[in-house]
Design a protein around this ligand. Structure first.
Ligand SMILES: [Zn+2]
Length: 278
C-alpha cells in the first residue's frame, strides 16, 4: 500500500470514530492548516506502532461481559492445545477444533455464546482496530490439507510444501545450523488463540493486540510466511534485539531481508524483522 492510500485509510478511520477529539479546530477556535493535521496524525500513528503495547486513546476495547467470555475461550484453547500438541494445534481447522473440543471432555464443548463471540471476532473488519493488512483466510471453515504441508524437523512447525519450504531450505543452506524456524504455518485456530490471549493479557484491548498479532484470518502465516530466529536466543527472537544477531546480519547481507512488516509501515503492524515474506 502506498503512503497516500494509507493516509486516506487513517483519515477514514478518524472519521468513523466519533470518540476522537476533532483536530480540525485549534484551541484558539481557529481552523488549523490541513498540512498540520496530517503531520500530527502521522506522528501519532508512528508513535502508536513503535510502542505497540501502550494503550492508545482510539483503541477499541471489549465490553466487560465479553471479557469474561474471553477468559473461558482462551482457557479452552489452551486445553485443546495440550490435548492435540503444538504441531497439530498450528494447523487444526476451526471445524476440527470444535469437534475435538466436543469429543474430549477434558477440553469441553465451546458454548453457543463462545461461538458467537469467535464469529464476531472473525467477521469484524480489522480496519476498525487500526489494522490495515489484507484478509488471508476468507472462510471460517478453511481447512489445511495435510498432504500440502511438511513438518520441519526439530521445530515442531509445519511449512507449506513448494515455495515456502524451498525458501526456508535456501535460508538454512546459506546460514547453517544457527538459524531456527520459530513459527511456521498458523491456521485460524492458532491465530485465534495467539490473538485472543494477547487481548486477554491487555484488558480486552482488540486494537493493541492487533499491532503485534494479526487478528484471526489476517495472518500471512496462514498462507506461507514464516518466522526465523537465532538458535539459543529464545523469546528475544521476537524482539528488535534480533537485529543484533549473526542470523539477522547474514540474512541482510545475503539479500533475504524483504520483510512483510517494515519499520514505520502503514499497515498498523509493529516492525517485525524476524518475519519472512514468501
Ligand atoms: Zn510472523
Amino acid at each position: 500500500m502506498d503512503v497516500s492510500a494509507a493516509l486516506h485509510l487513517l483519515a477514514t478511520d478518524q472519521e468513523k470514530n466519533p470518540v476522537l477529539p476533532t483536530q480540525d479546530v485549534h484551541l484558539s477556535g481557529l481552523p488549523v492548516p490541513a498540512q498540520k493535521i496530517t503531520d500530527d496524525k502521522i506522528k501519532d500513528y508512528l508513535s502508536k506502532i513503535r510502542h505497540p503495547d501502550i494503550l492508545h486513546p482510539t483503541d477499541i476495547i471489549l465490553a466487560e461481559k465479553d471479557n469474561q467470555l474471553l477468559v473461558t475461550i482462551v482457557a479452552r484453547f489452551q486445553r485443546l492445545y495440550k490435548n492435540i500438541g503444538y504441531g497439530n494445534f498450528g494447523v487444526v481447522s476451526f471445524d476440527n477444533a470444535l469437534k475435538i473440543a466436543r469429543d474430549y471432555p477434558i477440553v469441553g464443548e465451546f458454548t453457543p455464546a463462545e461461538l458467537e463471540f469467535l464469529e464476531m471476532i472473525y467477521y469484524r473488519n480489522a480496519r476498525d482496530y487500526g489494522f490495515y493488512g489484507e484478509k488471508r483466510v476468507v472462510k471460517l471453515t478453511q481447512h489445511i490439507n495435510k498432504k500440502d504441508i511438511y513438518k520441519v524437523p526439530y521445530s515442531g512447525n509445519y511449512l507449506f510444501k513448494g515455495s515456502s519450504f524451498a525458501k526456508y531450505e535456501e535460508i538454512k543452506k546459506d546460514l547453517g545450523e544457527e538459524v531456527l524456524l520459530t513459527s511456521g504455518i498458523r491456521g485460524l485456530v492458532k491465530q485465534f488463540y495467539l490473538y485472543l490471549n494477547k487481548v486477554a493479557r491487555h484488558d480486552g484491548n482488540l486494537s493493541l493486540a492487533s499491532r503485534s498479532l494479526a487478528p484471526p484470518g489476517y495472518s500471512y502465516h496462514a498462507t506461507g510466511d514464516f518466522d526465523i530466529g537465532q538458535a539459543g536466543f529464545g523469546n528475544n527472537n521476537f524482539s528488535e534485539k534480533f537485529i543484533g544477531t549473526p542470523v539477522f546480519q547474514k540474512l541482510a547481507a545475503q539479500g533475504y531481508v524483504e520483510y512483510r512488516y517494515q519499520r514505520d509501515n502503514m499497515l498498523g503492524v509493529r516492525y517485525e524483522p524476524w518475519h519472512v515474506k514468501l
